[in-house]
Design a protein around this ligand. Structure first.
Ligand SMILES: [Zn+2]
Length: 268
């Protein structure tokens, strides 16, 4: 048996409602190491990551959100390591689906997992089957799917794809390691299916605005979550519209959504 791969999280000091304890920067392997998501542009964090990582072969980005990628330039300049991303925007080298990135005896395989963002990637370490999930799966709570950047249909497909990889533990971009990857991915899929059923059930009673759907579906949740919930409900509505099951009536902010089979029975 080869020695287990070193996997160390460094939590960035950017806690918040969406970042949980802060962004997890993952150091994989040793001398040289790979770094996944250098995190926000905080000097103390860049220093902590560099000190712990030692020699860095490459810096990999799960996606272009500030809390994951803003430190890429500083860490790259400090370490001399290349930055790799699915959608290069700041001089990064392009990753493809299935690309292997090697550092010493450690290898990571890039898996395109769009949904949270279109450029989102997860990284599989094939020996331990650890999967680094960025913002596609969090250690706690659910991932934000905020249209139009977020796409729920692609996201659900990506969850199924990650499940098919048969990962062991999930190493998320925020929150603790998830030891049972399969259970968490199934929970995430079930959660989205439940929300879709709730949206459809509410629309059975007639056309409704996103706000009305949120008030109904999230009535047991604190009001300060309702704005974020509205984005999630909109993501469901856009997916259902794309599936031909729901249509939008009117323009924002007065837009309402209607079930298509209901319209067929009342109008024709
Ligand atoms: Zn993100």
């Amino acid at each position: 048996m080869p020695d287990p791969v070193r996997v160390v999280p460094i939590v960035a000091p950017n806690p918040g409602p969406f970042t949980l304890e802060g962004t997890n920067t993952w150091i994989v392997g040793e001398n040289p190491a790979l770094v996944i998501d250098p995190g926000p542009a905080l000097e103390s964090h860049v220093k902590a990551v560099h000190a712990r990582a030692g020699r860095i072969e490459a810096i990999l980005l799960t996606h272009h959100h500030a809390d994951h990628d803003f430190a890429a330039r500083a860490l790259s300049e400090a370490s001399g390591a290349l930055v790799l991303a699915f959608d290069p925007r700041n001089g990064e080298r392009r990753l493809q689906d299935g690309s292997s990135v090697t550092a010493g005896s450690v290898r990571l395989i890039a898996v395109h997992t769009p949904g949270h963002t279109n450029d989102h990637a997860a990284f599989l370490e094939p020996e331990s089957r650890a999967l680094f999930t960025g913002d596609a799966v969090l250690g706690r709570g659910t991932s934000v799917i905020d249209p139009p950047e977020g796409d729920l249909e692609l996201y659900v497909r990506s969850l199924r794809r990650m499940l098919a990889l048969e990962p062991e533990a999930l190493h998320p971009g925020h929150g603790p390691v998830v030891p049972d990857a399969r259970a968490k991915l199934l929970e995430y899929l079930a959660h989205r299916e439940l929300r879709e059923r709730q949206v459809l059930a509410a629309l059975e009673e007639g056309p409704q605005s996103t706000e009305a759907l949120v008030r109904r579906i999230y009535r047991d949740y604190p009001k300060d979550l309702h704005a974020a919930a509205g984005r999630t409900v909109l993501a469901h509505l856009l997916k259902l519209a794309n599936d031909g099951r729901v249509a939008r009536e009117g323009a924002e902010p007065e837009a309402r959504f209607v079930l298509l089979h209901q319209r067929a029975t009342t109008e024709g």
